[in-house]
Design a protein around this ligand. Structure first.
Ligand SMILES: [Zn+2]
Length: 248
């Protein structure tokens, strides 16, 4: 099948709304009105990760109302001191998503919920911090943020599925949602991790999780279609994509 002469040109065009190349535009699945949440979400976004084409944080910032992306490699005090926070209002509980380690054990998000959110219809304000980076960078970022996390009384939480470091690569959801090989079994993309977390802790969690996962699924579907090996010149395409992400 022959491509139209200007197909290459069009492929490079970026959608104004979702900032993605037109063939993989996600505007038809991203909620028109960003979803409100009781949880304030802060994504500490490693600069390398934010340049990566398959990074999922932009899906979250476009789909959710109460999300802030911060670019530096570590959390600082001012990132988590909300302007509206007064001594009168109930204190905001802070949790951060990171796997358990012997020195810093994590509670699963379900355990956290059963311990802290007995009254699900009127949950206390919650702040969720997520580190979006490779495994190695995220460990460094958490380490560099330790003091601020400790001061905020932040509780380390992990997904109920946990991490199984004995399985290399892939995720338990890899039938549908794997975008890139992660270093350990049970690792998931940032958007999926946030979706699962909100699914567990938001009063309307199931619905929010379903919406976010459907955006992610569509991203995976389009991406796999676009990057299929049936493309006659995959190397050239790859190079073009690399140039594209380097230019953004
Ligand atoms: Zn779009």
């Amino acid at each position: 099948m022959e491509e139209e002469p200007d197909a290459n040109h069009r492929r490079r065009q970026i959608c104004n709304s979702c900032d993605r190349p037109n063939p993989i535009c996600l505007c038809h699945v991203i909620p028109n009105d960003p979803i409100p949440t009781n949880t304030e979400i802060i994504i500490v976004h490693h600069p390398h990760e934010s340049r990566h084409k398959l990074n999922t944080t932009p899906l979250l910032t476009k789909s959710l109302r109460n999300v802030t992306r911060i670019p530096p490699r570590r959390l600082r005090r001012h990132h988590i001191s909300s302007a509206g926070e007064t001594s009168v209002s109930p204190p905001i509980r802070t949790i951060y998503l990171f796997p358990s380690s012997p020195s810093s054990p994590a509670v699963t998000i379900s355990e956290f919920k059963s311990l802290n959110q007995r009254d699900i219809s009127n949950p206390p304000p919650l702040r969720l911090i997520v580190f979006d980076a490779t495994w190695k960078h995220a460990s460094e970022m958490v380490k560099a943020s330790e003091e601020v996390l400790r001061e905020a009384g932040a509780v380390r939480v992990c997904l109920d599925t946990g991490i199984d470091a004995s399985v290399s690569g892939g995720t338990i959801y890899d039938s549908e949602l794997v975008l890139r090989k992660e270093p350990f079994g049970g690792c998931v993309t940032t958007a999926e991790a946030v979706a699962r977390c909100l699914g567990a802790i938001e009063p309307d969690g199931e619905e929010i999780e379903r919406k976010l996962i459907s955006v992610l699924k569509e991203m995976v579907r389009l991406q796999s279609k676009f990057l299929k090996p049936m493309n006659p010149r995959p190397k050239l395409l790859k190079k073009r994509l690399q140039n594209q992400s380097a230019n953004t």
